[in-house]
Design a protein around this ligand. Structure first.
Ligand SMILES: NC(=O)c1ccc[n+]([C@@H]2O[C@H](COP(=O)([O-])OP(=O)(O)OC[C@H]3O[C@@H](n4cnc5c(N)ncnc54)[C@H](O)[C@@H]3O)[C@@H](O)[C@H]2O)c1
Length: 334
């Protein structure tokens, strides 16, 4: 089988490429990434050991190059996206371009393709918005509350329309918050780990009681593997590990693992329209036989150790002017 992965130099995409190459040595993995600010070239060095993997620097919005590269592939797993909510609140243009237009271009190729048997569209719990109690099912209405989530919801709706109009072989997968190795240090958990290691203040939005449901990235990779194998086209699958934690609880855990003092935490003004809680009901993916393996405590230990052992990986990102400018603007005074 030849499988194309978009966004394979990013956080979840690179973990998935490594996971799939290891577990499916006779399959061929085509990795497509534009290498935006969110992609670290050092991640590709980690992937070089897999001989069944080939990297191509391509923008998913480039129809001709994408059509050429997807020609002959059996499966596409589409991760590539602009993903950071805070950046989408500053400027949403790239989100609309990549997340919506980029997805549209891929859908047009899938519509025409003779080789593709499955298009796995990677989405997020954020498309449902916030929920005070209970959990969203795959049939819950979409109610995004920030430009990132809106761009992902728009992409999901496009996929649904192509399913109806053209019967393309699409499956939508909606995950809760992921954590693990290779995540960009602008994101909540890696920022906390790396700032703590540098003895720098750790920003906590508002009162820190927002709840996220944490899924270790290896479990995400296993869920996608199950969906490639036996997911039904035309379906939507929610995926979570039912491990809800308040943001401040996550920070306390990280600091205790690193032996650092809780006074490194500094409250900063809350994100505008910050969703209070995300929660997904996952019975459909369970019916396919998927159960997460990592609990939060094990996953966070593995993650902290990875950032301790791979300091050059995140230091090269944090040392960039682009990151420093973003950080100063987002957290003035820190
Ligand atoms: N991280 C999470 O917690 C989470 C949770 C649920 C869903 N998701 C979804 O999973 C996917 C991957 O998320 P992530 O956290 O790994 O993101 P990421 O930001 O770490 O990686 C995104 C990758 O996409 C690439 N990319 C961006 N624009 C591109 C373009 N125009 N053409 C080609 N490549 C491009 C970037 O270079 C980067 O390597 C996204 O679709 C995201 O919405 C993420």
């Amino acid at each position: 089988m030849r499988i194309a992965v978009t966004g394979g130099a990013g956080f979840i995409g690179s973990n998935f490429v490594a996971f799939f190459c290891k577990n499916h040595p006779t399959d061929e993995i085509v990795n497509i990434d534009k290498m935006t600010y969110a992609a670290n070239p050092m991640t590709l060095e980690f992937l070089e050991i897999y001989e069944n993997h080939k990297f191509f620097k391509i923008d998913i919005c480039n129809f001709d190059e994408m059509e050429n590269i997807l020609n002959g592939c059996d499966v596409v797993v589409h991760f590539a996206a602009e993903t950071h909510v805070d950046r989408s609140l500053q400027n949403a243009e790239d989100f609309l371009t990549t997340d919506v237009l980029g997805t549209f271009r891929i859908l047009e190729i899938v519509k025409k393709s003779k080789s593709l048997k499955k298009y796995i569209h990677i989405s997020t719990d954020e498309v449902y918005g916030s929920i005070e109690a209970g959990s969203f099912t795959e049939n819950s209405p979409l109610n995004p509350t920030n430009p990132y989530a809106a761009s992902k919801a728009a992409a999901d709706l496009l996929v649904l329309s192509y399913l109806k109009c053209y019967r393309i072989p699409a499956i939508i997968v909606r995950f809760t918050n992921n954590f693990g190795p290779f995540q960009h240090p602008e994101k909540f958990i890696p920022l906390a780990i790396t700032n703590a290691m540098e003895n720098k203040k750790i920003p906590l939005y508002g009162d820190g009681t927002q709840v996220r449901d944490w899924l270790f990235v290896q479990d995400t990779c296993r869920a996608i593997e199950v969906i490639i194998d036996r997911g039904k086209t035309g379906e939507i699958y929610n995926v979570s590990a039912h491990q809800e934690r308040q943001n401040k609880q996550v920070l306390f855990k990280i600091l205790s693992l690193l032996g650092k003092d809780e006074n490194l935490i500094v409250q900063v003004p809350d994100r505008v329209a910050h969703d209070r809680r995300y929660s997904l009901s996952c019975e459909k993916i369970q019916e396919l036989g998927f159960e997460p393996v990592f609990n939060f405590e094990k996953g966070i230990e593995v993650t902290v150790k990875w950032y301790e052992r791979n300091q050059q990986w995140w230091k090269t990102v944090k040392d960039k002017d682009e990151f420093k400018k973003y950080y100063k603007n987002r957290y003035p005074g820190l």
